[in-house]
Design a protein around this ligand. Structure first.
Ligand SMILES: [Zn+2]
Ligand SMILES: [Zn+2]
Length: 219
């Protein structure tokens, strides 16, 4: 009765051992480990490139995913993600100040690499976008780098750190007394929410008239 159950346990043990063997092999030969913390493969310590090709990013990704990640179109980056602290790119370079997540499309394996290796993998504007993030900041709702100019423009300074895509009209509830309601209605087009029993102003957050700001309710 218990046999199929036992068999399944044996099986997962085997998978686990296989996985361990593979990870040991990568560590012993390439100084590559899998970081549970970042959910990504990364290089640790050693940078001395004994055999030039052995440490090449393409080679290492090929061992792990079966594909050379430098092949254009085989990878993706998520612009919403921040870089992480670190010096060692998978390729062996130790001069990075920050590392970025480069994903292999087919297997979803993730590699921590320097920005120049991200560009080498075919993401031509990556450094440019990264510079936008340090110059203009990131959207406070979706974290995308804010770009003021160019083809991928997604932001105006007046938007107050919200990208065009996240910038939507909102109902902003206000503290307005009964005897003030007509005045506000006439000058600021405030409306009555019959369900919540509050007055509100509807529009883009950054466009709310100065006078209404001090009356905003936190609901
Ligand atoms: Zn690199
Ligand atoms: Zn956004």
């Amino acid at each position: 009765m218990n046999e199929p159950y036992l068999w399944r346990e044996l099986c997962t043990d085997e998978v686990r051992n296989e996985d361990m063997r593979f990870k040991n092999f990568l560590f012993d030969n390439y100084n590559i480990v899998f970081s549970e913390n970042h959910n990504a493969w990364m290089r640790i310590g050693k940078t001395n490139i004994e055999t030039k090709n052995k440490f090449e990013l393409g080679n290492i990704t090929k061992i792990i995913t079966g594909e050379n990640i430098l092949f254009k179109g085989s990878s993706f980056v998520d612009e919403h993600e921040n870089g992480v602290d670190g010096f060692h790119c998978i390729c062996g370079c130790n001069k990075c100040g920050e590392l970025f997540k480069l994903y292999h499309k087919k297997t979803n394996n993730c590699f921590l690499v320097g920005s120049s290796c991200v560009e080498k993998a075919g993401h031509d504007d990556f450094v440019k976008n990264k510079n936008c993030a340090s110059r203009n900041g990131r959207c406070r709702l979706c974290n995308i780098p804010l770009k003021i100019n160019g083809k991928y423009k997604n932001y105006k300074k007046s938007y107050n750190l919200v990208c065009m895509r996240c910038r939507v009209e909102k109902k902003i509830y206000l503290r307005i007394h009964y005897n003030e309601k007509d005045h506000f209605k006439e000058y600021f087009k405030t409306k009555w929410d019959a369900d919540l029993k509050y007055w509100y102003w509807k529009g883009y957050e950054d466009k709310i008239p100065e006078i209404l700001k001090e009356r905003i309710l936190n609901i």
